[in-house]
Design a binder for this molecule. Sequence first.
Ligand code: NAP
Length: 296
Amino acid sequence: MSNPKIIDGKLISGKVRDSLKPRIEQLAAQGIVPGLAVVLIGDDPASKVYVGMKARAFENMNLYSETFRLPAETDQKTVLNLIDSLNNDPKFHGILVQLPLPPHLDEMKVILAIDPAKDADGLHPVSLGKMVLEVDGPLPCTPNGIRMLLKYSDIDPGGKHVVVIGRSNIVGKPVANLLMQKRELGNATVTVCHSKTKDLPAIASQADILIAAIGRPEFVDHKYVKKGAVVIDVGVNRIDDPAAKRGYRLVGDVNFDDVKDIVAAITPVPGGVGPMTISMLIVNTVYLAENFASKK
Ligand code: NAP
């Protein structure tokens, strides 16, 4: 396995975005430009980078997006008032509140304030409930992006053993749920691991498809990976690198060099899951705009 297939998130992302063009044109014919409101609270450097990337992606597709920047000390009521006004603004078909929020804000109250009809992130409990019930609705962006990476790489999870390391609400739990569902790109047998799992390498190395969403730089090495496995690395970690222009570089949760000769296919970091998350945000915004158009 000395030449693993590199699952190219940028390339697949481009294909997903191209596939949206006819739908965007159809909306344009009805005078609708899909619009996204992004709410950024505070100065988290990674969040600022992500928000900038999202705005550029919308601009490149001639879609509308506007970022609402609030200082870190903004109180809960001000945030809720802003979301209320965005809920009622017809320019915006989707609303995204960039997480994490400053610690004094109640993340769940903020998410609950978003009108589910405008839930661009697919993280509102109504959207997650629809997801679990396999009812049509916006899907959480990173998990759905992982599904699309598999789809465009002709990797069917059906019947395979998927091991997910991580049980967060935004990645681990929803991706595990989606891949075990009866719908397309589901039907896997899924095991979910976390920090309390005993003998993680023994479980992870049984995976046909291993998904690492841990947040620990290069945690997964050859001890966790079966020969011929597909590895999806969700992690984005900054590590100090004096030789790099910015003084740091990005690495995943997987030690790429240590596993690349064992695996059948692997996502790089950067350029794997990351671009897909942004594409799925566009997918959701177009979907929400279509729902809006159908109710006009
Ligand atoms: P999170 O909320 O911090 O969750 C991390 C999960 O990893 C937790 O379930 C935790 O277990 C588990 N974990 C931590 N240490 C472990 C260990 N030693 N052994 C086994 N499990 C362990 O993180 P997240 O939001 O899911 O994000 C995970 C990573 O993905 C981060 O690097 C994040 O930056 C990245 N990410 C990337 C994208 C993208 O678009 N590329 C999107 C979202 C997140 P417990 O539950 O027991 O604590």
